[in-house]
Design a protein around this ligand. Structure first.
Ligand code: FRU
Length: 547
């Protein structure tokens, strides 16, 4: 009997019976205390007896930081919150019109000052990048409840200039089919899907729902500029696990193929990118497959050197390696590649759909895998860049430079044609700023290697013997010039560098140095600094406490 009782008690301890609390919602946010030291537990929100949300959270009575849920949808209702974890922490939840930590929001120590990052929690891939009725939409892979990956949902932010962002409530939450993995958004002008309303084309999202067993492709639509979403009742629309004998089928990238008057989906399946076609965004037909890619496809057409008579298609995957070729609406035929145009912390970049024809740019945002050490948020988005195809000595290549809208972020404070590196270092050392941009042009002076470091961290090393920049192969247009230009963007926790007008770019984490403010740069190797321009960086966020 005693043994049985002990067993029963230990079972109870192990299954950690769910405790719950009910809050009558009158405010915008529910604030929740969390700690990375706490085990993950399952939390549910229910309203009128129906489960509305289910997620895992490291709810803790000794919080390292606080996260939040936007609960405004349940205003005037009783929200029942149940959790099988730290039950005493449940009593600490509170609702408010501001998120916990609001006073230091956007001014935290390692908060990117001119890049997008989420207020709280983890972000990865940009999703559903689309321009619609004056707004650029940035959806993103998001765990709102922790600074590490879990609970995949689509976070959402909008901007009118690609630079200043307003974070909106989470757009897509996990459901019974799975968690919300990456995908894309199109505007269905001709209402091919039937999701639109009279005179109001629907925004249609194609995304992957991930469960332990399989990854399937699903559809959701919005008729209020992406603020609220309805999931298609007949989801999923593609389930191809058996065809590929693989669970890895994900990240649908959809666009309208005008010559064929049909939709195209590029979907990463097992070892490469597949092409599917559809007339209504719901029924999809498999067409072809290109091996050699992993995750997050993109496929688009670009003019070579701006010549609209000479266009090529570019296909890439999450790593940023790409092929150039032709596309007939059903099959992509590679002609050259694979190459890279960018390396480092960038991953899973995506380009915007529905950019107006008069603009015509191919604009990309990439996920910056930058650890925001000790922060209540993690990672960031890199600067939006414009992609172009240009003829080079090695053939046609993809170039990438920050979009012109980013110019407003920087004020030139010094532009000097040439000076010794030691004088340049002295000038730069007086800065107490923690963010800046610098354009430099330098030449190796009878040396094979030289470059620039910041606080001992080598941010640019050009080696002409191995032809590398920071260890990655790079051969400039004139291989004998010994000269390169670098446009260097330094934010609190990141460094992005664009070489020779975007022929190659890279990004990296800026190593933290406790308590250090300022820019102690050092040039190393024998380099002649031919020109340098230094810019002050403006912050994109509202001042703390003002929103
Ligand atoms: C790429 C990726 C995608 C997937 C998502 C999940 O970083 O693995 O393939 O949809 O992240 O968060």
């Amino acid at each position: 009997m005693k043994i049985a009782l002990a067993l029963l008690l230990s079972c109870i301890a192990f299954t950690a019976a769910a405790a719950d609390t009910t809050i009558y919602i009158t405010r915008k946010y529910l604030n929740l205390p969390v700690s990375q030291k706490q085990e993950r537990a399952v939390m549910t929100y229910s309203v009128d007896g129906a489960e509305e949300r289910r997620f895992v959270i490291r709810l803790s009575k000794s919080p390292e930081y606080w996260v939040f849920s936007d609960v405004s949808a349940w205003h005037g209702k009783s929200l029942r919150i149940s959790c099988n974890g730290d039950s005493t922490a449940l009593r600490m939840l509170y609702q408010a019109d501001r998120i916990a930590g609001h006073d230091s929001l956007y001014n935290e120590k390692r908060r990117p000052q001119y890049h997008f990052s989420a207020r709280r929690g983890w972000i990865n891939d940009p999703n559903g990048l689309v321009y619609h009725e004056g707004e650029y939409h940035l959806f993103f892979q998001h765990n709102p409840f922790e600074r590490e990956w879990e609970n995949m949902s689509w976070g959402h932010a909008v901007s009118r200039d690609l630079v200043h962002w307003d974070e909106l409530p989470v757009a897509l939450h996990p459901d019974k089919i799975g968690t919300m993995f990456s995908g894309s958004i199109v505007i269905d002008y001709d209402n091919t899907s039937g999701f639109g309303e009279a005179g109001k084309p629907a925004m249609v999202a194609l995304y992957t729902a991930d469960s332990p067993e399989r990854q399937v492709q699903c559809v959701a639509y919005s008729s209020d500029k992406g603020r609220t979403w309805t999931k298609y009742t007949k989801n999923p629309v593609i389930d191809s696990k058996e065809k590929w004998d693989s669970k890895d089928t994900r990240d649908p990238r959809v666009f309208w193929y005008a010559p064929g008057k049909h939709w195209v989906m590029v979907l990463n399946e097992r070892d490469g990118h597949s092409i599917y076609t559809s007339s209504n965004l719901k029924k999809w037909k498999y067409e072809s497959h290109v091996t050699g890619f992993w995750e997050c496809p993109d496929l688009f057409e670009l003019a070579v050197d701006g010549d609209r008579q000479q266009k090529k298609w570019v296909m890439y995957g999450a790593s940023g390696t790409y092929m150039i070729g032709n596309f007939n609406g059903k099959t992509f035929t590679p002609e050259s590649g694979k190459y890279y145009y960018t390396t480092g912390s960038i991953y899973a970049a995506q380009t915007f759909s529905n950019i107006p024809e008069a603009d015509g740019r191919r604009i990309q945002i990439g996920w910056g895998r930058i650890q925001q050490r000790g922060m209540p948020f993690n990672n960031m988005m890199l600067l939006p860049t414009e992609l172009t195809l240009r003829k080079t000595k090695n053939g046609i290549r993809l170039f990438s430079v920050p979009v012109k809208e980013t110019e407003q972020l920087f004020t030139s404070v010094a532009k000097i044609p040439g000076m010794s590196t030691s004088i340049a270092e002295k000038h730069l050392a007086v800065s107490t700023e923690n963010e800046m941009r610098m354009k430099i042009k330098f030449r190796l002076n009878h040396a094979t290697e030289g470059g620039l470091s910041l606080l001992g961290q080598r941010i640019l090393t050009y080696n002409m013997n191995f032809n590398t920049i920071n260890g990655v192969f790079y051969s400039p247009e004139d291989p004998t010039s010994m000269e390169i230009t670098a446009d260097i963007y330094i934010d609190r926790s990141s460094v992005e560098v664009f070489i020779d007008g975007g022929a190659y770019s890279y990004s990296m984490e800026r190593m933290p140095e406790e308590g250090y403010m300022g820019m102690p740069f050092k040039f190393f190797g024998a380099v002649d600094l031919e020109s340098i321009e230094v810019f002050r960086a403006n912050k994109i966020w509202p001042r703390s406490g003002s929103n």
